[in-house]
Design a protein around this ligand. Structure first.
Ligand code: ASP
Ligand code: MG
Length: 418
């Protein structure tokens, strides 16, 4: 059997869905489980809808209509008007209609998951219907009843034991007769509420299913030829890897390479399942395989994390920063769901770099300001170079203001003012 994951770009319009079905037709003789993301930029649009609803702005209906129209236009290109998929999709969108008629629930993260999940629920309906229309017998599978999470909305923590039981007890039989199409990025709580697994979490979904089904491999179909040593959209003379060790892929995603969701590798590595990253427009190409074969990556790997903020915290009375201070700072960061991308301490201050998100940053600032002096630099980038050489670092930072630099034997990190 195989597990395939198709991301937003690979289902972004009617042509993309036709292309998906051509790829699937080539593998039809095997048991196949397909994980799909929301179409194109739908998740961003649903996030916008969520914010408009919570803040009670009049954008709500216009944004929602835009999302529905986008999907309807694609469906009109793919299906005859009598196809039942129109009703299925309408019935799914109705969930949002009902929700936005009500007063917003207290927990914005809960609202987020109930609204944003609709993107994957709809895209998976459309893909299932199209595969059936092209002769690939397919069944829509609700991931929320299989992937059990806790109720940490927006970042559901997977209950592996229950999830493994759910998937292994039901999915293998279903796979014998049909291709299964399920949603990336979604889970369900024990009370049957929908959760999401974190932005770009569909890769993780594919890894969860593969692990629970002991799949021989996972393939992520992307709009790039494979995994590169630097983002081809940003750098020239980039190099595609034919193969990468799990360990290197984990480091790359940790430092912010947007190739794979950071949680994806661990379950695959534990089960020894190789991950293929392949181009959906030229599916015969080799792509990149990420597996257990350890070898030294010799070329430098460049990762740029944009939209960062560099924060420096010090005590108000010039006292040393102690372990007690640090533990308080970390507790606050964790409380607001900040991930520290780089940190450094000195006698009198603690400095760290995190992703900038205006609302959450304001909360962090207010909280830490109660006990500390709080200074920060906005509009900075975090440049990470693995397997670096000094001339390359000089070239990459030429003419730029470096606010902080950290070098270990293998990895260089620079915080740069943009
Ligand atoms: N649709 C979700 C997102 O855009 C999940 C995914 O694409 O992996 O974040
Ligand atoms: Mg995506």
């Amino acid at each position: 059997m195989q597990v395939f994951k198709f991301g937003g770009a690979s289902v972004k319009d009617a042509a993309a869905i036709k292309n998906l079905s051509l790829i699937v037709q080539n593998y039809q003789k095997e048991e196949l489980l397909i994980v799909v993301s929301a179409m194109g930029k739908t998740t961003n649009a649903l996030e916008k809808l969520t914010a408009a609803y919570i803040n009670k702005t009049d954008e709500v209906h216009a944004v929602f209509t835009g999302i529905k129209t986008f999907h309807h236009q694609i469906m009109a290109e793919l299906f005859a008007p009598s196809n039942p998929v129109f009703d299925e999709v309408e019935n799914t969108f109705v969930e949002i209609d009902w929700l936005i008629e009500e007063e917003p629930h207290d927990d914005p993260h809960f609202i987020y998951d109930q609204i944003v999940s609709i993107g994957e629920l709809v895209s998976s309906r459309i893909v299932t219907a199209y595969l059936n229309q092209t002769g690939v017998k397919s069944r829509w599978l609700d991931a929320r009843g299989l992937i059990q999470t806790d109720n940490t909305y927006r970042e559901g923590l997977v209950d592996w034991e229950l999830t493994r039981k759910n998937i292994s007890e039901t999915v293998p039989q279903l796979l014998q007769n049909e291709v299964l199409v399920t949603q990336g990025f979604l889970g369900g709580t024990s009370e049957n509420y929908t959760t999401t697994l974190g932005r770009e979490g569909s890769d993780y979904t594919a890894a969860i299913f593969a692990s629970c089904l002991n799949a021989p491999s996972v393939t992520i179909w992307k709009d790039v030829a494979g995994v590169f040593n630097a983002d081809p959209k940003r750098f020239e003379n980039v190099l595609k890897f034919e193969q990468l060790p799990y360990s290197e892929a984990v480091e790359m995603s940790y430092y912010g390479a947007s190739i794979i969701h950071p949680k994806t590798i661990q379950p695959l590595q534990n089960a020894g399942i190789p991950l293929f990253v392949k181009p959906f427009l030229t599916p015969k190409e080799s792509g990149t395989v990420i597996n257990a074969e350890e070898f030294l990556v010799k070329v430098p790997v460049i990762i740029v994390k944009t939209n960062q903020v560099l924060v420096s915290v010090s005590s108000k009375d010039h006292a040393f920063i102690t372990e007690n201070h640090l533990s308080e700072i970390f507790k606050t960061l964790a409380g607001f769901h900040f991930k520290v991308n780089l940190m450094q301490n000195s006698a009198l201050s603690f400095t760290f770099c995190v992703d900038f998100e205006a609302a959450r940053f304001k909360q962090l600032q207010q909280k830490l300001k109660q006990d500390f002096k709080f200074r920060y630099n906005l509009e900075v980038e975090l440049l990470t170079v693995r397997h670096y050489e000094t001339p390359l670092l000089q070239e990459l930072s030429a003419g730029k203001t470096i606010l902080l630099e950290q070098l270990s034997r293998n990895t260089a990190q620079l915080v740069i003012k943009v």
